[in-house]
Design a binder for this molecule. Structure first.
Ligand code: HEM
Length: 408
């Protein structure tokens, strides 16, 4: 059977809703690691790279494989990203390096110490309260509240505006409803941009200690960052920083509930939470793919790639690559080494990786400290997307730990 006969369309969210693709990816890695996904009416064909070892050099070489014509299938296939050259993930070359240096100042581990302490305290309080109650929707009652709160703290978004922004981000990238309208996502994105435009005005008038105020006073090559660039990068941080971390946390709870032996190892202190975080990231692989456009004739694993070709890199496959991960379909919290690609690789390596690790680590530690057991009690609702994967709802029941004097 050829891959086409088993999977029709990697651009269609329904492909990821309805099928277990493990066999498809295994076959591609073995037989056709650089696979041509044929064109369809209204959209071009594209390359599908599935092996870990073939993805790394593409990520590393952003001169040959640029992000400036989009970095996810939706924009790559529709002819580009209007934020190219302005927003960090879709900018390359000198401007990317300079912009990244500016934004990294706000994300360096040292700068984030205070933020990390708040994340840990908030996560412990949320988990302790949910465990005390006995049941909750892990997605809406816990995971929804952690990454968004953190990134809003960094950006200086007032508390009252946060539920509104959270609702918009839910719609901007993925969707809870099958067959939902792309126009709804575009509308949500525009509203987020408008919101940050207004917040920027306020911060210019009254600067604070936040990322927006910092961007408002930054320069590249002696010129202040244009308003559009600031707004687009705030958008990028809120989109990049919220949903991916949230989906990883929900997947952590789902995987722990389904792999009782691993949960017991975490609960009993037999695995290091920092090592466990890496396995959660590999297991969840919340971003299914990223992509690039080839700028000059090149080869990937010997396959010729023409200038202008779209190349997609599939984390969900690379993170299950049997040549890199022993027993890749086993969830093993003590897996080392764990060279997963959840955060990408190379010049665009995730800028929020440290923060995401703090968030997931805080969650695992809080679960370990407060819960004796957890189980999924109802239907776990999947999001609907060809870019992100995970759950938007996960009903769980906790068993409380016998009083051990664990403190908030
Ligand atoms: C880039 C994944 C959390 C902000 C990336 C990339 C990946 C990724 C794969 C590379 C994209 C590319 O090469 O085209 C994740 C995952 C996360 C996470 C799986 C959570 C588990 C965060 C957080 C933030 C963030 C918490 C910020 C608060 C960014 C930014 C970039 C990026 C700004 C662009 C970096 C650049 O282009 O230089 N992320 N991310 N991410 N991420 Fe994350």
């Amino acid at each position: 059977m050829t891959p086409e006969e088993t999977v029709t369309d990697l651009t269609d969210p329904r492909t990821f809703d309805e099928q277990d693709l493990a066999g498809y990816w295994r076959r591609l890695r073995a037989e056709e690691p650089v696979h041509w996904h044929p064109p369809a009416p209204g959209r071009p064909g594209f390359w599908v790279v599935s092996r870990h070892a073939d993805i790394l050099p593409v990520y590393r070489d952003n001169e040959t494989f640029t992000s400036e014509r989009g970095n996810v299938l939706t924009t790559l296939l529709s002819g580009g990203d209007s934020a190219a050259g302005h927003m960090l993930p879709v900018t390359d070359g000198h401007r990317h390096r300079e912009l990244r240096k500016i934004i990294l100042r706000a994300f360096a581990p040292r700068t984030l110490d205070r933020v990390a302490a708040t994340v840990r305290a908030n996560t412990r309080a949320l988990v302790a309260a949910a465990v005390e109650l006995g049941t909750c929707d892990f997605a809406t009652d816990i995971a929804d509240r952690i990454p968004m709160g953190t990134i809003c703290d960094l950006l200086g978004v007032p508390t009252a505006d946060r539920p509104f922004l959270l609702d918009l981000t839910h719609h901007a990238l993925s969707s809870d409803t099958k067959g939902a309208d792309e126009r709804e996502a575009v509308g949500a994105r525009n509203e987020i941009l408008l919101y940050f435009g207004e917040l920027l005005e306020q911060r210019r008038a009254a600067p604070g200690e936040d990322v927006i105020s910092m961007l408002a006073h930054s320069e590249i090559d002696g010129r202040p960052l244009p308003e559009d660039d600031i707004v687009l990068n705030c958008y990028s941080l809120i989109i990049g920083g919220d949903e991916t971390s949230r989906l990883s946390m929900i997947e952590a709870a789902a995987a722990l509930a389904r792999h009782g032996e691993q949960w017991q190892r975490l609960r009993d202190g037999r695995v290091d939470p920092a090592t466990a975080v890496e396995e959660v990231l590999r297991w969840a692989s919340p971003t299914l793919h990223f992509g690039r456009t080839c700028t000059r004739p090149a080869r990937i694993a010997g396959t010729p790639i023409a200038e202008g070709d779209i190349v997609t890199l599939w984390h969900c496959s690379a993170n299950r690559d049997e040549t890199v991960f022993a027993d890749p379909h086993a969830f093993r919290l003590d897996r080392t080494p764990n060279k997963h690609l959840a955060f990408g690789h190379g010049p665009h390596f995730c800028l929020g990786a440290y923060l995401a690790r703090v968030e997931i680590g805080a969650l695992l530690t809080a679960l370990r400290d407060f819960a004796d057991d957890l189980e999924v009690t109802g239907e776990a609702r999947r999001i609907h997307s060809a870019f992100l994967t995970g759950y938007s709802s996960l009903p769980v029941r906790f068993q409380r730990k016998a009083a051990t004097g664990t403190r908030l």
